[in-house]
Design a protein. Structure first.
Length: 103
């Protein structure tokens, strides 16, 4: 759905640039407004970077915490900590794997 919206916005932008009846200042304003329509996940790369960073930090802290608990206290690692680390690894794999739709 996001690809379809992106293609529609690109076609509309091309039609605007090809239209000779519109003044240049109006074309610029309309094109700026079209760029604002793109979804933030498609246009803002910082969201993706932050999510990957936080998930990576979660994985690292989980591993470090698990080692600390098993070495220093000789206690078993809590299941919640294992679940948190596993979920973060799974989320990272899902985010970093290539999309089959992009082929």
């Amino acid at each position: 759905m996001a690809n379809q919206m992106k293609e529609t916005i690109q076609r509309l932008a091309q039609q605007l640039t090809d239209d000779e009846s519109l003044p240049t200042d109006q074309k610029v304003k309309l094109l700026e407004n079209l760029q604002k329509l793109s979804p933030p996940l498609q246009s803002d790369r910082w969201i993706f970077r932050l999510v990957v960073g936080f998930l990576g930090i979660t994985v690292l802290l989980t591993v470090i915490g698990g080692f600390y608990l098993s070495i220093k206290t000789a206690a078993t690692i809590p299941e919640g900590l294992i679940a948190l680390g596993s979920a973060a690894v799974g989320a990272l794999a899902g985010l970093l794997a290539p999309s089959p739709m992009g082929r």
